[in-house]
Design a protein around this ligand. Sequence first.
Ligand code: PLP
Length: 381
Amino acid sequence: MKLFDVYPLQPLAIVRGQGAYVWDAQDRRFLDMYGGHAVISIGHSHPHWVARIEDQLKKLAFYSNSVHMPIHEQLAEKLGLVSEKPDYQLFLCNSGAEANENALKLASFHTGKKTILAMRNGFHGRTSLAVAATDNPSIVAPVNQTENVVFLPFNDEQALETAFSQYEVAAVIIEGIQGVGGIREASVSFLQKIRALCDANNAVYIADSVQCGYGRSGQFFAHDYAGVQADIYTTAKGMGNGFPVAGVVIAPHLKPKYGMLGTTFGGNPLACAAALAVLEVIEQEGLMENARIQGAYLMDALRGMPALENVRGRGLMIGFDLPEAQADLRKKVLMEQGVFTGEAKPRVVRLLPSLALTRVEADLFLEKMHAALLTDVPILH
Ligand code: PLP
């Protein structure tokens, strides 16, 4: 059997990681400013995370959701504390798409309505309703097409008001900072308007925090910069630092019913142990504050590089545009300077490193960016 060839691959084989670095099969070291797409939140193979998973593996790797699992309650309690949402409820699942799929379903169950308002350039995953709410027709199969999703221009308050007057809205789904869409921040007044219109029209405000959440912006949920609470926050990526785990964080007024949502693997004890380790490290190592500090430092320095345009972001979720002349910068930075970065189409570079990135590592990245921009001579790493 061979692999189903759906990923355009970098010509590299990564075989191990530690902290902010990964190594390839030839033992060459790379600085990881991409975090495997915002997944590595506390650093590759963090010792506390490894120990927590190993310890859990020796005790119990799996049992079904038909019995009490104390580790579910431990995780829900810890997540409530660290995210400052102690009265919210947690539904555990396995991926970002699944979290959004469940959030959208829950909103429809709760309101009895069908229309979802989603944003232009938004990305919510590849399962049926999540992909229908994603603004990229090339990944929406004919069977996923639905009239239940209406797309609005991002941050357009007038369009939002008009949509609420035209449709029976079940939910509005929005990223606090669009990731795949190129690091675009939802405005405070737009998020406040969503909150007000959802309140006035019995609709559910879903904050897709899969990429921008879990402390990445310097605050646990990036949407909360707007000073209003969402009804549902969805989380995945950074939640397990690489162990697949996702969550739907649900406000108290949304009531559960037996059988309404369900999953076989969601909330498995290994995933919960990984997720608990992540929250413990975020707290103990002050990683949200670190994301704020290192993020501000990096953005400041990047703004001083004349070749880069529109440096933007919050915390350690940073983007900038490349002019045509620098179109191959990402490739140069990777293959000549040994630094992983992310991209968004057409020419946006995305930085999504571990929240534990140190000043020394930030400086190393800046040095390598200078080298890639100023010379064509490879430097050794
Ligand atoms: N939502 C956002 C904002 C994302 O960036 C992604 C993935 O990139 C998803 C949802 C889907 O997550 P997953 O790939 O875990 O299904």
